[in-house]
Structures are given as C-alpha cells and as structure tokens.
Design a protein around this ligand. Structure first.
Ligand SMILES: Nc1ncnc2c1ncn2[C@@H]1O[C@H](COP(=O)(O)OP(=O)(O)O)[C@@H](O)[C@H]1O
Ligand SMILES: [Mg+2]
Length: 263
C-alpha cells in the first residue's frame, strides 16, 4: 500500500520577525496551515498572535521571514492584496456599518450596479445566498445591522468575508464577547466552512472552543513559537502546560506536519 501524497499547505510562514520600536513582537515564527484545516493559535496576552495574523493579511509588514500561499511566495502590502490570494480576517469589531442593512454590509464598497443604479435585487439575492451557504440564522437581508445581536453581527461579518470566496479565514478572539449560545452557533459555522474546504485559524483564550472544532493547536510565547499539537493527540491540560512553561520546541517542517496528520 502506498501513502496518499501529502496535500500542499495553503499557507506557510517561515522565520517571521517583527519589531515595534524596542518591542520584539515576533522572533523567527513558523506556521503551516493545510487546506480545510482548523488551527487554533493560543498563548498569553502579547504573545504576538494578532501581529502574526496581521502580517499574514498584509495589515502589518514583516521585518524578516517569508510567506507562501499555495506554494507561491507572497508579499502583501495591504489586506486588499491578501484578499486577492483568498485570505480573509474577521476582526473583533467586525468593521460593519450599523446603520446599513445586512445586504448592504455584505457587499459594502462593491454594491452591484445596473446602469447608474444599485442593483438591489441582485445584491439582496446574493446576500441571501451567502447567508444560506453559512447556514446562519440571520433571517432578513433587509435588517439594519445595529438591530442585530453581537452573534448575528458576527455572522454578517463572516458572510461578508465568505462572499470573497476565501481559501483561508482568520478569526481573532471571535468568541470573546459572545453568549454561550452564540458561541455554539459560531463553532457550528466554522465546522460548516471546514466541510466546504475553507482553512481557518482561530485565535482564542478559550481552549474549550479550540478543542471543540480544531484539528491542531499552536502555541506562541513572547513572540516565539513554542510548540504545536494535533488536537486528537493532546488535551487541554498539556496545551496549558505548553502555554505556561513555554519550553521551546523545534517547529515541524511542512512535510513533518503533514506526515503526522491523523487520518
Ligand atoms: N501596532 C502596534 N504598535 C506597537 N506595538 C504593538 C502593535 N501591535 C502589537 N504591538 C505589541 O506587540 C506585542 C504582541 O502583541 P499582539 O500581537 O497584539 O499579541 P496577542 O494578540 O498575542 O495578545 C505586544 O507587546 C504589543 O504591545
Ligand atoms: Mg491579540
């Protein structure tokens, strides 16, 4: 019997360095993400999690290291450029316009036109299609976003991201302000996206969320990679131990990470 060929990583970050003045936020950080995989990114406050993800999207520029997307070296100068490569990040504040409706928000900045007018029929039909694809319970594309709960506003932000047909979605602390029920719905949405082949990186302090949906968890400490584990080969106790003790392990190469993937 021959082994199936390893899938190619959708994202590879190698040796990423980043300083803000005297603060070395990241030091030689490696990260590998496979298509359809959910990676949990954890570590104490100021470990560099958000910075690493902002470098991936081009919101921040790296000082050193390299990034490959589907095997191609990239140098994003803005989130606009990473969007073109299929990478979307959902920010904690959702970046929505509260006084506009759901459909207008999903297509913010690119409302479809028919002649000189907004093609409302097309915009709302498309918005509805994206919401159905996500299976989220936002009932009407005509509702004002400010009238929605935090969880549903987040669903709109995710729908907006998904409308760009991304291959990678990054969620930074998505459950921090959600009720238990909204958290449950978000995790369901993540699993639905996974079934559709979208790779995801979730930053969270809540290991329970990462253990509920994640395939793998990676730990940063004071700007350095300290370890990663497949969820099915570890438990919350061990991960907490890695977060706290922070004894540095060598990062797996892409091939090693692939070879160790549970089937
Ligand atoms: N825009 C910025 N300007 C200056 N320092 C920053 C900036 N963004 C992050 N930092 C610093 O970089 C370090 C890592 O921060 P961050 O990536 O936000 O960590 P985490 O998301 O893991 O909590 C922290 O010391 C933080 O203060
Ligand atoms: Mg952060």
């Amino acid at each position: 019997m021959t082994d199936a060929p390893l899938p190619r990583p959708i994202v590879e970050m190698r040796g990423i360095d980043k300083a803000f003045g005297a603060v070395q936020a990241l030091r030689g950080v490696d990260l590998v993400l496979y298509p359809g995989e959910i990676l949990g990114l954890v570590g104490d406050n100021s470990a560099g999690k958000s910075t690493l993800m902002k470098i991936l999207t081009g919101a921040y520029q790296r000082d050193g290291g390299e990034i490959l997307v589907a095997g191609e070296p990239v140098q994003f100068k803005s989130p606009h450029e990473s969007r073109d490569s299929g990478i979307e990040m959902i920010y904690q504040d959702f970046a929505l316009c509260g006084n506009m409706d759901v459909g207008q928000n999903i297509f913010l900045g690119r409302w479809p036109l028919k002649g000189p007018f907004v093609d409302r029929g097309k915009m709302y039909a498309e918005a509805d299609r994206v919401l159905k694809r996500l299976k989220v319970d936002v009932n009407s594309v005509y509702q004002k976003v400010e009238s929605l709960s935090g969880g549903r506003q987040q669903s709109v932000a995710i729908a907006r991201a998904i409308s760009f047909e991304p291959r990678v979605v990054i969620l930074d602390e998505p459950t921090a302000n959600l009720s238990a029920m909204a958290t449950e719905r978000l995790l369901e949405t993540m699993l639905e996206l996974k079934r559709q082949g979208v790779a995801q990186i979730i930053i969270s302090h809540r290991l329970v969320d990462i253990f509920a949906v994640g395939d793998r968890v990676m730990v940063l400490k004071r700007g350095e990679y300290v370890g990663d584990r497949y969820i099915r080969n570890t438990d919350e106790h061990e991960v907490l131990e890695i977060i706290v003790s922070g004894t540095r392990e060598r990062a797996l190469t892409a091939d090693e990470a692939g070879a160790r993937r549970p089937q």
